[in-house]
Design a protein around this ligand. Structure first.
Ligand SMILES: [Zn+2]
Length: 217
């Protein structure tokens, strides 16, 4: 800094202008970076309260699934699915999934993409899923890529359907991550970042994760 100041005072006028211009550019760049960082933080701290509904009307959305463009149905599967994928793919550090059944290719691919970015992904599933060929394949795919999957083996179902993104955003509801659920079932998903709701889910996920031994990975 001192050296730059001395250089500015001792160098010819044209060079002074160049130095001054360079300095202003640097200040502007730092200001833009600061504003962007603050905006991202503010965006993430905004309250999130959203409810998605799926219904028998959603079955009609199979016809425009290929386009990935939402229709005007209030329970449009494509709009809802894009919302779910957006949440899942927003994970930067952790993605904790506790799901009874997952067969949806789009969601499975999103999970794999998140994992490939270095996000710590953990999945808890139910033993009954391994009886379902499509579910079993997804679990094998996840594990083959290195994702840790722990499975509850007991007479009682692990019937949850929730995911926690970065310990801050919760997706929960009745919806399994299957095409049947997304395109025809009457189901719901709540998306929230309310700490009073998210924190107990984080605690319960951690409890279940520790309870399921590594032997069941
Ligand atoms: Zn639709």
């Amino acid at each position: 800094m001192l050296r730059n100041t001395i250089a500015t005072l001792t160098c010819p006028p044209r060079n002074r202008v160049t130095l001054l211009f360079g300095g202003l550019l640097g200040v502007e760049l730092l200001w833009q970076i600061y504003k962007r960082t603050v905006n991202v933080k503010n965006e993430k701290s905004k309250p999130i309260d959203e409810v998605l509904f799926f219904s028998e009307e959603s079955s009609g959305c199979r016809l425009h699934a290929h386009s990935q463009i939402p229709c005007d149905r209030s329970s449009c599967s494509i709009r809802n699915l894009r919302k779910l994928l957006g949440c899942i793919e927003s994970a930067e550090e952790t993605l904790c999934i506790c799901i009874y059944m997952v067969t949806c290719d789009d969601i499975a691919k999103a999970i794999l993409r998140v994992f490939s970015r270095g996000v710590n992904v953990k999945i808890i599933a139910d033993y009954g899923m391994s009886d379902n060929v499509a579910c079993d394949k997804k679990i094998r795919d996840f594990r083959s890529k290195g994702i840790r999957v722990r499975i509850k083996k007991s007479a009682y179902l692990m019937h949850h359907k929730f995911a926690i993104i970065d310990g801050k955003i919760l997706l929960t509801g009745s919806t399994n991550w299957t095409k049947q659920a997304l395109y025809g079932n009457w189901d719901n998903v709540i998306i929230t970042n309310h700490e009073a709701i998210v924190a107990p889910f984080v605690k319960e996920f951690d409890r279940m994760w520790l309870q399921l031994t590594k032997d069941e990975d």
